[in-house]
Design a binder for this molecule. Structure first.
Ligand code: AMP
Length: 277
């Protein structure tokens, strides 16, 4: 399983990624964590990234693409991975497409955690307080001032990826305003449904597109779930696999519940005034 988690800072990508790691036995590849490690180790990459990260801006594409390319080649990523914080620009997404094509790998889904911006400041402050309580160093960019820049970077450079992946019929949107548990359940539900559809298609055409076997546990679960509901692809025609699964005699899968009302509204912007309030 190869997944991208997409969402603004504080949307819960890291937390959800950790849960998916346990569930699917795959690795979490967080470019933020890797860059922070590079900064701490004062590597050449770390030295270049340090000030950019502290300001809340994005590190140049070529740096992060290089990091991810090397990381995907590691043996522990062979069974699958969750990209957390990457890609963050359309160029990174295009480069990722190329990388995966070269490695004969396919992306399974892009899960967008949709949240109302008004809660992000509180979440970032809570994260900083919890880090402090554990006696650890708080991230230099987990401050109200830097959050404004990080959100601006998200809106300008990362949000276009929603259309990028929606156009490629990879996007699955989850309401990130729900509790951590509920968000996890929802992500697992839609991924299971997606797997079930793909497994049915693979059974019909054994030489289908998949390059790695599916974990048996989730596939079995997915088959049950998919009978009731299908994954929500945000836009575009149904996936080929879904079409062939339907041709094979399955009922059209129902779409999952829409995100809660709050998440369908345009998110409120965090302004300097609001951030300091
Ligand atoms: P994160 O931990 O994902 O919030 O990332 C922290 C910071 O690391 C970001 O604000 C950026 O400065 C940098 N960063 C992480 N991932 C990327 C990326 N894919 N592209 C550019 N900069 C990144």
């Amino acid at each position: 399983m190869r997944i991208i988690l997409l969402g603004p800072p504080g949307s819960g990508k890291g937390t959800q990624a950790q849960r998916l790691v346990e569930r699917y036995g795959i690795v979490q590849l967080s470019t933020g964590d890797m860059l922070r490690a590079a900064v701490a180790a004062e590597t050449p990459v770390g030295l270049k990234a340090k000030d950019i990260m502290a300001s809340g801006s994005l590190v140049p594409d070529e740096i992060v693409v290089g990091i991810i390319s090397d990381r995907i080649d590691q043996p522990d990523a062979a069974n699958g991975f969750i990209l957390d914080g990457f890609p963050r620009t359309v160029r990174q997404a295009e480069e990722l497409d190329e990388l995966l094509a070269q490695k004969h790998m396919e992306l399974d889904a892009v899960v967008e955690l949709r949240v109302n911006e008004s809660v992000l400041l509180q979440r970032i402050e809570t994260r900083a307080a919890e880090t402090r309580a554990r006696g650890e160093t708080v991230r230099a960019d987990d401050t109200p001032e830097v959050l404004i820049t990080r959100l601006a970077a998200y809106r300008a450079q990362t949000e276009p990826l929603i259309h990028y992946y929606s156009d490629r019929r990879k996007l699955l949107t989850v309401d990130g305003m729900m509790s951590i548990e509920e968000v996890s359940r929802e992500i697992i539900r839609i991924l299971s449904a997606l797997e079930a559809v793909d497994n049915q298609a693979a059974k019909k055409a054994p030489n289908s597109r998949r390059s790695s076997p599916k974990p048996a546990r989730s596939a079995a679960r997915g088959a049950k779930t998919a009978a009731k509901r299908g994954p929500k692809r945000s836009r575009g025609k149904p996936k080929k696999a879904a079409k062939s699964a339907r041709k094979a005699g399955k009922r059209p899968a129902k779409r999952p519940k829409k995100p809660a009302r709050a998440s369908r509204r345009p998110p409120k912007k965090v302004t300097k005034k609001r951030a300091k309030a």
